[in-house]
Design a protein around this ligand. Sequence first.
Ligand SMILES: Cc1cc2nc3c(=O)[nH]c(=O)nc-3n(C[C@H](O)[C@H](O)[C@H](O)COP(=O)(O)O)c2cc1C
Length: 177
Amino acid sequence: MKYAIVYSSRSGNTALLAEALKEGLPKEGCRYFGTADLAQKDANAWEAVTGSKLVLLGFWTDKGNCDEKSASVLKKLRNQKIFLFGTAGFGGSEEYFQKILTAVKQQADPSNTFVGSYLCQGKMSVSVRRRYETMLAEKPGDKKILGMLENFDRAQNHPNEEDCGQLLARAGALVSD
Ligand SMILES: Cc1cc2nc3c(=O)[nH]c(=O)nc-3n(C[C@H](O)[C@H](O)[C@H](O)COP(=O)(O)O)c2cc1C
């Protein structure tokens, strides 16, 4: 099956997932691998993306939705099968991931079909932890802030090999159809 991997990544987490797909999926079917920016700037790249049977679109979570660059690609796609993958700083709840995915899908044209998805946590900047620490200093023992610190620390080793393996299992089943 002809497929394209298009992704947007600010600090490298979603890029790791994209690389895992590139390495793990059958090479012969790959029509495009690259960033959302490049896919839209280069006419040949865009043709390769839209000429694919399946678009694997990767995003990083920005305010509960996909980032602007991946959203820009998503909004332009028509009559395409789309597999969404991405990373989010907050995790531990499938419900939260589903909320993000629902918001992302709402941005797409209804002619497209979503055929699968995979989200996992992605590490955040240390400045975020410093902010939480300052908050905790102001409210010692606050359970909510402690939970935010725990979440931050949990995110630090993601995406990991297990995440990449799960992503590949889901996407691989579609590509080899
Ligand atoms: C400006 C900004 C907004 C973010 N908003 C969210 C959010 O709403 N929910 C969330 O779970 N993570 C949020 N994050 C965390 C990132 O989605 C997460 O760290 C992601 O793995 C970054 O992916 P990347 O390394 O591919 O850029 C935000 C990060 C930044 C920098």
